[in-house]
Design a protein around this ligand. Structure first.
Ligand code: PAF
Length: 283
């Protein structure tokens, strides 16, 4: 596996590859602490592209909380080992100073409701940071395909808007969430859960599953109230939001019939760790 820390050397390498006939480049942007979910994105990219690139960059501008940034797991040696074992072709692993010049502003153009709702409401500025860094990474890599996990449902919707707004030629591939045996969505943050919190965290997926099962039985209001009560039955869980929304616009649903397409999204603290998950409520 080739490793690049500098944009210029990396761009030169990519130019050479393109000159040598590489036409399909698959890109998996990450913040490291890689797990099987990331590796499945790498594998999907490997199957569909001539060259697969992973980036590891803990992007400071998308953290609205300095403590969260400081505590974000960093496991670079293990990440490199995993990427080599899984035949990733290239790792781009830049320093902050390589991606951000001085105290550069990250104000992006207006993305409207899609960045203001849900995560945007509880993590002000988060999507400003995500849009800024994903755009910079796309500019450097110029991928044919980019792979994102559905666990970050709203992020996928925002990246989709970024691609549309900037007329980028990259194709966004949204891959299913990988789950632990008890349903917990795989996430780098899970590594920070204590044994008790890890056990309690399974209730997030159980609740999503329950919402899907009873979607046609209850009103949106009833579903929301019942689900929050179910989550709070664990003393370790504190819900930040639970919303049943339109899967494209992310506008909260107020009414529905059995044909309504919807997605349920949850953010909850499990002890000191903030977890998010979602489930499409249609097949
Ligand atoms: O999902 C993530 O890991 C990050 O938000 C991303 C897309 C790598 C941007 O920093």
């Amino acid at each position: 596996m080739k490793l690049f820390k500098e944009i210029n050397a990396f761009r030169k390498f990519l130019k050479g590859k393109r000159q040598n006939g590489v036409q399909n480049i698959g890109f998996v942007p990450t913040m490291g602490a890689l797990h099987s979910g990331h590796i499945s994105l790498i594998n999907t990219s490997k199957q569909n592209n001539q060259l697969t690139i992973c980036s590891i960059f803990v992007n400071p501008t998308q953290f609205n909380n300095t403590d969260d940034l400081a505590k974000y797991p960093r496991t670079i040696e293990n990440d490199i080992k995993l990427l080599i074992e899984n035949n990733c072709d290239v790792l781009f692993y830049p320093e902050v100073s390589e991606m951000y010049v001085d105290d550069e502003q990250t104000n992006v153009e207006d993305y409207g409701f899609i960045v203001e709702t849900l995560e945007g409401r509880f993590r002000p500025g988060h999507f400003n940071g995500v849009i800024t860094i994903v755009k910079k990474l796309f500019d450097v890599v110029e991928p044919t395909n980019a792979y994102f996990g559905q666990k970050d449902y709203q992020q996928c919707a925002v990246v989709n808007q970024l691609i549309i707004k900037n007329n980028l030629s990259v194709k966004l591939n949204i891959c299913s969430t990988l789950r632990e045996v008890d349903g917990l969505a795989m996430s780098s943050r899970n590594a920070r859960l204590t044994i008790e919190e890890r056990e309690a965290a399974a209730i997030i997926f159980q609740t999503l599953f329950q919402i899907k099962k009873s979607f046609n039985t209850y009103s949106i209001d009833e579903l929301t109230t019942k689900s929050i009560t179910q989550l709070h039955s664990s003393p370790l869980i504190k819900v930040e939001y639970l919303e049943i929304a339109n899967p494209t616009t992310l506008k909260p649903l107020v009414d529905k019939d059995e044909r309504t397409k919807a997605v349920a999204l949850i953010a909850a603290w499990c002890g000191n760790v903030r977890l998010i998950d979602n489930l499409l409520l249609f097949d």
